[in-house]
Write a protein of this length. Structure first.
Length: 103
């Protein structure tokens, strides 16, 4: 069954952005939204993770859990989703915080 997904992909190659627009609508720069099947969602995410590199990408899609959604992240500068007693929380990297303080 098809469901709505959102993908945020920053600092990714142009060819990946073009591939995402074949299936999804780019509603703002770097934010893609659309309704696709689970198989298409997983194939798109495989392409995103293969090309993200130093960028950052996030996939959000509906799920049958307490929050009603799941998320996946990819890239060097990504935030890490953590399971905390059935709830997904987002962990920040310590190095990013320290760099921001030094600026």
């Amino acid at each position: 069954m098809a469901s709505m997904i959102a993908i945020s992909a920053s600092a990714v190659p142009d060819h990946l952005r073009g591939a995402l627009t074949r299936w999804l609508l780019e509603v703002t720069p770097e934010l893609y939204v659309g309704t696709v099947s689970a198989r298409v969602r997983d194939e798109l995410w495989a392409s995103v993770t293969a090309c993200t590199g130093d960028g950052m990408s996030v996939l959000v899609y509906p799920s049958d859990n307490e929050q009603g959604f799941e998320l996946r992240t990819a890239g060097t500068h990504r935030r890490h989703p953590l399971d905390f007693d059935g709830m997904t929380l987002v962990a920040f990297q310590a190095g990013v915080k320290e760099e921001a303080k030094s600026l």
